[in-house]
Design a protein around this ligand. Structure first.
Ligand code: AMP
Ligand code: ZN
Length: 455
């Protein structure tokens, strides 16, 4: 069997072509004007899970993930490039901002055991590729010079526009949110800028056959995916918000330039909410990986939380769920140590089948829990199955747990329990023990107080 996964374009669970020796993957990368939040990380981990599922059965993947460091316009302020507004806010050069957040993005991916992509092309260093592609699109009649000297894609020239998102051109009303109001020189409301004339802008601009300017966000991904994956993408990954207009426009550009379908499978991960709400700067609830670590939690606990949910379902992340995943990780690593120290791996078909059927990670984890609990599998084999599963789960299950610091809250509970015992409030002491145990600690009372260890 090979991987089948839900394809947004055909709206079916579609099998990945199994005849390919190398699967080409493209995952839309971060816009590096800020740290990636845990929602962004969910989408990047989705791409890693797909990659690892292909590779566990002997496949090979070539993964490209772009770095958007120019041209992604703000949704809030008309005509503002996210990079330039952040550079102004931090009083830094926009390229310094880009390199700083790009480095932090790589650090986060490393902490989450995401396998490094083959290339991370930067939009700002791919300008020539975009100019070549835009020139070609103009020559083929898919793009035109607008009245403001920006270059626009002619949406009506691309017959199957709207197939990914289901948005039909005649149903897209002028004045719709997607219609950037700084794109004043276009002929038709659904057209979009491939190259924007610089106007008064002086930073992050380049020369082009159409004068000084900068690229539109959508053309970046077309140009980079086509160049680095040789005009064909087997699997294209991104968050659900990118379905329209980003991927709709990317598909039109790429297909128009080579007159064939460039992407076999469009995979979109659903969004992540935090404690029931959309993460946003204005609500002050944006959670970063560094926040998880600051609470004394293993960054891989976040990865486990994502695995507990289907990628196509919206997910609500909570501190409680990350804490509980952290406890599970410690428990599994402890069991792995009890089960021996062999590096042997044992293929588990049930685990693999769950993943290959539309990446059913909750079912795959259910299987892991069943293996953990059963008496019918020897300890050595349990360890070998966990070793195998960890090729995809990437939770460092064979890592020996080193003593881990306790959190401030656990410290508070321990001290409250000590006081309760001194005051012979045995009911309180028992309740506090239960609370401490639920956080992953084991409590033993001794002559001179209490001792704790990680369970
Ligand atoms: P950005 O850096 O904003 O360009 O986004 C990088 C990736 O994260 C894209 O694939 C987005 O679709 C995805 N993304 C953004 N917000 C969320 C979220 N709340 N949950 C999951 N993925 C997200
Ligand atoms: Zn993209």
């Amino acid at each position: 069997m090979t991987l089948s996964i839900y394809d947004t374009l055909s709206r079916t669970v579609k099998a990945l072509s199994s005849t390919k020796s190398i699967t080409s993957m493209y995952c839309c990368g971060p816009t590096v004007y800020r740290d990636a939040h845990v929602g962004n990380l969910r989408t990047f981990i989705l791409s890693d899970l797909i990659r690892r599922t292909i590779e566990i059965s002997g496949g090979t993947v070539r993964l490209i993930q772009n770095i958007t460091d120019v041209g992604h316009m703000s949704e809030d302020v008309v005509g503002e490039d996210k990079m330039l507004s952040q550079a102004a806010a931090e009083k830094k050069d926009p390229f310094d901002i880009a390199r700083m957040y790009e480095a932090r993005f790589h650090k986060d991916l490393g902490l989450l055991n995401v396998i490094v992509a083959d290339e991370y092309p930067r939009a700002s260093e791919s300008i020539d590729l975009m100019i070549t592609m835009i020139t070609d699109l103009i020559a083929k009649g898919f793009a035109y010079v607008g009245s403001d000297n920006s270059i626009y894609f002619d949406a009506q020239a691309f017959e199957s526009y709207g197939q990914i998102s289901g948005n039909r051109l005649d149903a897209l009303k002028p004045g719709h949110r997607y219609e950037y109001s700084d794109e004043g020189g276009k002929r038709f409301h659904a057209d979009w800028a491939l190259w924007k004339s610089a106007g008064p802008r002086t930073e992050m601009v380049w020369d082009s056959p159409w004068g000084t300017g900068f690229p539109g966000w959508h053309i970046e991904c077309s140009a980079m995916s086509m160049e680095f994956l040789n005009n064909h993408v087997d699997l294209h990954v991104g968050g659900i918000d990118l379905r329209f207009p980003h991927h709709e426009n990317e598909r039109a550009q790429s297909n128009a330039s080579i007159d064939s379908e460039t992407v076999d499978l469009w995979v979109h991960g659903e969004h992540l909410l935090f404690e029931g709400r959309k993460m946003s700067k204005s609500s002050g609830n944006v959670v970063l990986l560094s926040d998880v670590i600051a609470r004394g939690l293993d960054p891989l606990a976040l990865r486990l939380c994502f695995l507990e949910n289907r990628f196509r379902a919206q997910m609500d992340l909570t501190w409680e769920s990350i804490e509980s995943a952290d406890t599970t990780l410690s428990k599994w690593r402890k069991k792995m140590a009890q089960w021996g120290d062999s590096p042997k791996k044992l293929v588990d078909q049930e685990f693999l089948n769950s993943l290959e059927k539309d990446l059913d990670t909750p079912r795959a984890l259910q299987r892991i829990r069943a293996v953990e609990k059963t008496d019918e599998i020897s300890d050595a084999d349990k360890r070998a199955i966990f070793m195998y599963a960890d090729e995809v789960l990437a939770l460092n299950l064979s890592r020996r747990e080193i003593s881990k610091n306790i959190s401030v809250e656990q410290e508070r509970l321990l001290s409250a329990r000590l006081t309760a015992r001194k005051e012979k409030r045995w009911g309180d002491s028992d309740a506090l023990r239960a609370e401490l145990e639920s956080t992953g600690l084991e409590i033993n009372d001794s002559a001179d107080g209490q001792e704790w260890s990680w369970r």
